[in-house]
Write a protein that binds this ligand. Sequence first.
Ligand code: HSE
Length: 308
Amino acid sequence: MNSNEIKVFCPATVANVSCGFDVLGFALDLVGDEMIIRKTSNYGIKISKISGQKLPLETNKNVAGVAGLAFLEASPYSGGFEIEIHKKIKPGSGIGSSAASSAGAVWGMNELLGRPFSTLQLVEFAMQGEKLASDVHHADNVAPALFGGFALVRSYNPLDVVAIPTPTALFVTVIHPQIEIKTSDSRKILRTTITLQKGIRQWGNLGGLIAGLYTEDYGLISRSLEDHIVEPIRSILIPGFDEIKKAALESGALGCGISGSGPSIFALSKGKAIAEKVAEAMAGVYKNIEIDFDVHVSKINAEGMKKL
Ligand code: HSE
């Protein structure tokens, strides 16, 4: 690879993390897409190749293209970029497929130009890709993909992202039933108002989760992984959700919930051995009800994007 080209690992991410709808997410190790980005003398973004999934090559219909254009428009650079996307994360799986492509594109471009933009600015550009994919500028996948670890979107206007430390023994199990749920569809079914009582429970839990992550208090993390607002509605779309959650908790998971807008389900555990036991228990439920699935056990990825 020369200095005009970069190969990037773009991590999958779990958004919402039960109590942090639209404001909290974390990045996964090992599970992610790969992208190759090259500088070109022509201005503009060209998606030259996509493998692994059927996705549009037209720049303005592709999330990486749209995020890349937002980057380019804000940059004094007069050239352009060519992008190859090698998808390993299935779109509509709930582990940040569009975010990996959007964030990977702008991260790679920023590296090639000597980092003219801050990570926060890259989040803003990548959010344009999320807008194309889901109709909403949510940052709870792109922020952890770019910052690594857990990232909290404290505010959207102005954008304010806080990188939260990751407890060293924390592992995630993610199970993906082979059905597709579009984020835009699973947002349409949500209510737009909540009661004060539900708000109190949710922000108590979100504060508790953040405090637990800072202090490596696994008990507090476990007590805080609750969602009484979104999960009861969205879980109806996910086959076997209640059984999977029960199996995960009985196997020792700290908590279990919907990954992003689903259908993937995540569970957090203290230590790899428990996370693997949880994976087995979750897989057992889907084997019983004959649903095809993928399951991953991963450390939390503290770095985010990586140069390969
Ligand atoms: N916060 C977003 C949602 C994440 O739940 O709709 C989508 O991955």
